[in-house]
Design a protein around this ligand. Structure first.
Ligand SMILES: [Zn+2]
Length: 487
């Protein structure tokens, strides 16, 4: 505020981040600020240090610096005014962000190093003691140690002995159920889950071990945001803890052997794809994929079917062979009408906008240079403040309209190009599909081919048809959504 007062800036809005998040995703105020900067709402943004604008990873920093650059927004600190569209300032700015990221990492690393040292000494560094233990401060020393919690430790022992007593019948869920029956709940007062039981049975904290980052936090992009997730990592350092074991090593290893054997044996993730329309055939009412259900062998006359499994969706399913036949004949029809429209007559080769785009781009370069020189003209006194502002807003609107023209021309070209590709590559592929479909070895190869050409096939059927109403069995409609971009 002092800076603004001294230099005569008008402060219109203040953004205040309550939590100091590491990533942009965790900084809602910063996101708001960026959105407004992007829309050119502000001439400049005041911060104490540029480092305040971006921590996180280099992608976040790229977003920040690009947003300021593209919108020609100044970053004003007490020490310096950065103009991100000036190359030199931009370098300087990005360097500042880079340094702040390193600093953040160093702090984190230092913290981690301290925690690792504690682990090596057998101390407990986690926030919450594992079930069965309490955390106690070590006397006259830094750090915490685990101490068995009498009541909880008893439950842990019970879980291990239940698992070993009749492990054939008592799985993780079975143990959870038994605990519930005897009114034993988790620390939060909830019924135990199978996953929690498994975690207890596989956690070697109970034989006196301490782990360094047993489940390290990993950052993963999800829906465009970075979320933190915990994965069970396989090779984490293990140390001997200062704490007392609750379970003896022999019992623990017996349990481990059973669990390892049980988990490794049946591998059902390798089941092959059964549905040639997986991910393509969707219900037209609710938009969800149609599920392929296998035939029920116990019911004579029952056949595999495609059904919408959304609750209360009015869509009626159909037998797999009927749908498959109709999809193929539908693709044939689609292909014939496409051919008639687009390939029947010899079409002239498409003309691209390359030259016009080139002209626009050189125009854009000139305008951007002019925009950059407005600052020096102002500094040299050749422009007064009003001329400066007027000139800049004129140039900016020119730049915007040239950019819009370029975008339009490029879009036209990309449409022509994809249409050409479609004719050149996908149509022969489609012809191929129709020829060999019946001989394809499995559902997956069918699926791969159909996916290349169609984005979706929408299924509509709301009339019931079955063995008693055979005329209604194939009374359904299919709509083919091709990958060809719409004009
Ligand atoms: Zn549905």
């Amino acid at each position: 505020m002092e800076l603004a007062k001294n230099r005569g800036y008008v402060i219109t809005k203040i953004f205040r981040e309550v939590a100091s998040g590491e990533t942009l995703a965790a900084r809602p105020q910063m996101q708001q600020l960026l959105a407004e900067v992007e829309n050119g709402l502000w001439e400049g943004v005041l911060v104490m240090e540029v480092e305040r604008l971006a921590r996180g990873n280099s992608i976040d920093q790229g977003i920040v610096s690009q947003t300021f650059r593209l919108s020609d927004t100044l970053i004003i600190t007490p020490a310096k005014i950065y103009n991100p569209s000036n190359d030199y300032d931009e370098e300087y700015f990005e360097f500042g962000l880079f340094m702040s990221r390193r600093e953040y990492k160093t702090i984190n690393r230092r913290l981690s190093a301290g925690r690792l040292a504690s682990c090596k000494e057998g101390k407990y560094v986690g926030a919450l003691a594992p079930y069965g233990y309490k955390k106690e401060k070590i006397e006259k020393q830094k750090g915490w140690v685990l101490v068995p919690d009498e009541k909880e430790a008893e439950i842990v022992k019970q879980i291990y002995s239940l698992y070993l007593s009749d492990e054939e019948k008592t799985g993780f869920q079975g143990i959870a159920n038994r605990l519930k029956d005897s009114h034993v709940y988790t620390r939060k007062g909830n019924p135990w889950t199978a996953a929690q039981i498994k975690y207890i049975l596989t956690n070697d904290v109970y034989i006196g071990k301490i782990h360094w980052q047993k489940m390290p936090e990993k950052k993963k992009p999800k829906n465009g945001q970075i979320v933190k997730m915990r994965y069970r990592s396989k090779d984490y350092p293990v140390f001997d803890g200062l704490h007392e074991a609750i379970i003896d090593a022999d019992t623990f290893n017996k349990v481990k052997a059973i669990i390892d054997g049980r988990i490794k044996s049946p591998n059902n993730t390798m089941r092959s794809l059964q549905n040639p329309f997986a991910g393509i055939l969707v219900c037209s009412v609710c938009g969800r994929p149609m599920k392929r259900r296998s035939a029920d062998k116990r019911r004579p006359g029952h056949s595999a079917s495609f059904d919408c499994i959304t609750r209360n969706c009015p869509t009626v399913g159909s037998p797999v062979d009927v749908v498959e036949a109709k999809v193929i004949s539908g693709i044939k029809q689609w292909y014939e009408s496409y051919n008639l429209q687009n390939r029947g007559a010899e079409k002239p080769a498409p003309v691209y906008n390359d030259n016009e785009i080139k002209n626009c781009k050189s125009k854009l370069t000139i305008l951007k240079n002019q925009l950059n020189t407005t600052f020096s003209l102002l500094e040299q006194g050749l422009y007064d403040k009003d001329t400066f502002i007027e000139r800049r807003s004129f140039l900016k609107s020119e730049i915007n309209s040239v950019q819009a023209v370029i975008a339009k021309l490029e879009k036209e070209d990309s449409l022509k190009r994809s249409q050409e590709n479609y004719n050149k590559l996908l149509i022969p592929e489609l012809e191929n599909l129709l020829r060999i479909y019946d001989n394809l070895p499995n559902a997956k190869s069918k699926n791969d081919l159909i996916k290349k050409i169609f984005y979706q096939i929408r299924y509509t059927k709301t009339t019931k048809g079955n063995r008693w109403r055979p005329d209604k069995v194939d009374d359904f409609e299919l709509e083919f959504i091709s990958r060809l971009p719409l004009q």
